[in-house]
Design a protein around this ligand. Structure first.
Ligand code: ATP
Ligand code: MG
Length: 610
């Protein structure tokens, strides 16, 4: 348990905690840093900036600063939810601030549509970037002037040079894991020559690829990332924010540490693949702080294992392929592991936050089974979803001794564990819809539902005894016939006199709401889509598309209790005995909702896969 929960933590506007906080290696680092006063005495100007700006500010009210730095080149997926919950959750729990930063240093690629969807997704998950009076939403491209100035600063300090080798020469001279690199013939250019060339690069004197600016570190370093990495390149491209102002752009490995430092970030949390970049992260920020360009203490990079989840793909490239090739109906297709898809599916922000807490963070790569996510959604939906009745595979039930034209109401609880949510009236009449599977002519052993001669309770209604059925010419059952016991109504004195083993749900046919229901299942039928399987030839890459589950969507017409006509888009319900369903936020019309299945009541995947 963390001890670092100051009274004003809520002020950071980072949403409510969902579960007791369990410590992890990142929290231990933060605890130790705070205990040592590592980040005490920092000043903050209320906005990003270099040393000159920050040092003029007041004491930073945020005890820590984290950030979530998406590149606005796609929709966020479940993996991003882990990172969002982690970064915003830490800021919330430690009385800090978490910045939402659009990492848009790469020209051409970014689009406003993605920016908007990312803002929506972070808000939807329950987090905000307002803290201590600041609105910490930033664009890395707003820092280009500083980045450029810092690059000149490195040149002046002898820490960077313009290299004019071709891309192939540079690659060949980089060396390998076992062979050191070779110094570029341009490595010893004078400061004046480097400054002149770099400025002409900036001024558009050269075509793409003619020169690059490289850090001057060590071509023999065992860490290849330290062998004079490129930090600026020429790219004649229009940027969505800065237009044609620049034709040189910083490399990600140069830009990212600077973005963190300009924003006073204390703990820069990223995924494990950046571990080898950490020495350069530190090298760069140290040089810039030594030159007086950045304020100390500097941010530290901490790596954690990314989320790998079975039965989905979490790579932007593959998600784009699924959308572009029409395997799903768009970015918000409920089967896609995007956050817009999850939202339409009926997954909840609280469910994601619970999931993030439950899987925790670690340094070791691992796979999380999809059922863990489903369980979190079930747990949350069980709490919040009112109960309703829906017949998904309707078969008519006729109560032959119930007077024609008569109807009455039964009372059904809205939530069995929450009596305070009250009861609602459901109409009852002579003709009802029941599930086709709740009737058989010849019952197998242990079958307690309807069959000729057997009695069941119509949940919240009467006990009925089956007397037979009607069939069409093909022998398919078209109606089940029964007689009811007028003194058996649930909630009345006589109800207890009837002992029956079966209890089935129903909807009154006269008032039923006939509507479209989509039964979503896992998008992939295999836990590791595209992975080689036993028996596959060695070296064969299976196409992940071949692992798509052909039954990932079944669209049906169901019979629902009439109260559901009023369901607001995005409201969630448990359809008794079936699972959790949400009124689709896109296709529902007033009075005519369409429902999506979020998750079944129990984990039925093993059975369904057979
Ligand atoms: P992709 O590799 O699919 O393009 P990305 O990591 O490049 O995704 P970004 O927009 O750069 O996407 O990611 C923003 C943040 O989300 C980064 O800090 C990244 O580490 C984090 N992130 C991305 N994928 C995952 C994941 N599967 N698990 C945890 N964090 C993730
Ligand atoms: Mg990325």
């Amino acid at each position: 348990m963390t001890q670092n929960k100051p009274k004003d933590a809520g002020k950071a506007g980072n949403g409510p905690a969902t579960a007791p906080v369990v410590s992890n290696f990142i929290r231990q680092i933060i605890d130790a840093d705070l205990a040592a006063g590592q980040y005490a005495g920092r000043t903050w100007a209320g906005k990003p900036g270099p040393a000159a700006v920050q040092l003029a500010g007041a004491a930073d009210p945020a005890r820590i600063r984290t950030r979530f730095p998406p590149e606005p080149n796609g929709y966020l997926h479940y993996g991003h939810a882990k990172s969002i919950c982690l970064n915003f959750g830490l800021a919330r729990d430690y009385g800090g601030a978490c910045h939402l930063r659009f990492d848009d240093t790469n020209p051409e690629k970014e689009e406003q549509e993605y920016v908007d969807s990312i803002v929506d997704a972070v808000r939807w998950l329950g987090f905000g970037w307002e803290a201590f009076g600041d609105r910490n939403l930033y664009y890395a491209s707003d820092y280009f002037d500083w980045m450029y100035a810092f690059a000149e600063g490195l040149i002046r300090g002898g820490h960077a040079y313009v290299d004019s080798q071709s891309a192939e020469e540079m690659r060949a001279n980089r060396g390998t894991l076992t062979r050191p690199g070779v110094d570029s013939p341009y490595r010893n250019r004078t400061v004046e020559e480097n400054l002149d060339l770099f400025r002409r690069m900036r001024d558009g004197a050269f075509p793409d690829g003619a020169h690059v600016l490289r850090a001057r570190i060590d071509m023999a370093s065992p860490n290849i990332n330290m062998r004079d990495p490129a930090i600026y390149r020429i790219r004649h491209a229009t940027h969505h924010n800065t237009g044609d102002k620049w034709c040189v752009y910083p490399m990600y490995t140069f830009a990212h540490p600077i973005e963190d430092a300009l924003e006073n970030i204390t703990h820069s949390i990223c995924t494990l693949e950046f571990e080898d970049q950490r020495p350069f992260y530190d090298w760069l920020l140290e040089r810039l702080a030594d030159a007086g360009l950045l304020a100390r203490p500097l941010p530290q990079q901490i790596e954690f294992a990314r989320l790998n989840l079975t039965y989905v793909v979490l790579s932007k490239r593959k998600l784009i392929q699924l959308v572009d090739e029409g395997h799903v109906a768009g970015w918000d297709d409920p089967r896609l592991p995007t956050l817009v898809g999850a939202r339409r599916r009926g997954y909840t922000p609280e469910g994601f936050r619970l999931f993030a807490e439950r899987i925790g963070v670690s340094k070791a790569d691992s796979w999380i089974d999809y059922s863990v996510l489903e369980d979190c959604m079930r747990e949350d939906l069980n709490e919040r979803a009112e109960r309703r009745v829906a017949v998904l595979d309707p078969l008519k039930l006729v109560i032959t001794n119930y007077p024609e034209g008569r109807s009455e109401t039964c009372l059904a609880p809205n939530h069995p564990q929450k009596p305070e949510l009250g009861k609602r009236e459901v109409p009852f009449g002579r003709e009802l819809w029941i599930e086709r599977e709740d009737f058989v002519e010849a019952p197998p052993k242990g079958y307690f539902r309807l069959f000729p001669g057997n009695s069941v309770r119509l949940r919240y209604g009467f006990v009925v005894k089956c007397t037979g059925c009607e069939k069409d010419a093909q022998g398919k059952v078209t109606a089940v016939l029964c007689e009811y016991f007028p003194d058996s109504k649930s909630g009345t004195a006589g109800a207890d006199n009837y002992k029956v083993k079966g209890n089935i749900h129903w909807v009154s046919a006269a008032q039923a709401l006939e509507t479209e229901v989509r039964l979503y299942d896992r998008l992939f039928a295999h836990p590791f889509p595209g992975a080689r399987r036993e028996g596959d030839p060695e070296g064969l890459e299976r196409n992940f598309l071949d692992d798509i589950n052909p039954a990932s969507l079944t669209t049906i017409t169901a019979m629902l209790e009439p109260a559901l006509a009023l369901a607001e888009p995005e409201s969630c319900f448990q359809f008794e005995r079936h699972g959790y369903f949400v009124a689709d936020r896109r296709d529902s019309r007033p009075g005519a909702p369409v429902f999506n299945r979020a998750v079944t009541l129990k984990d039925s995947w093993g059975k369904a896969a057979k």
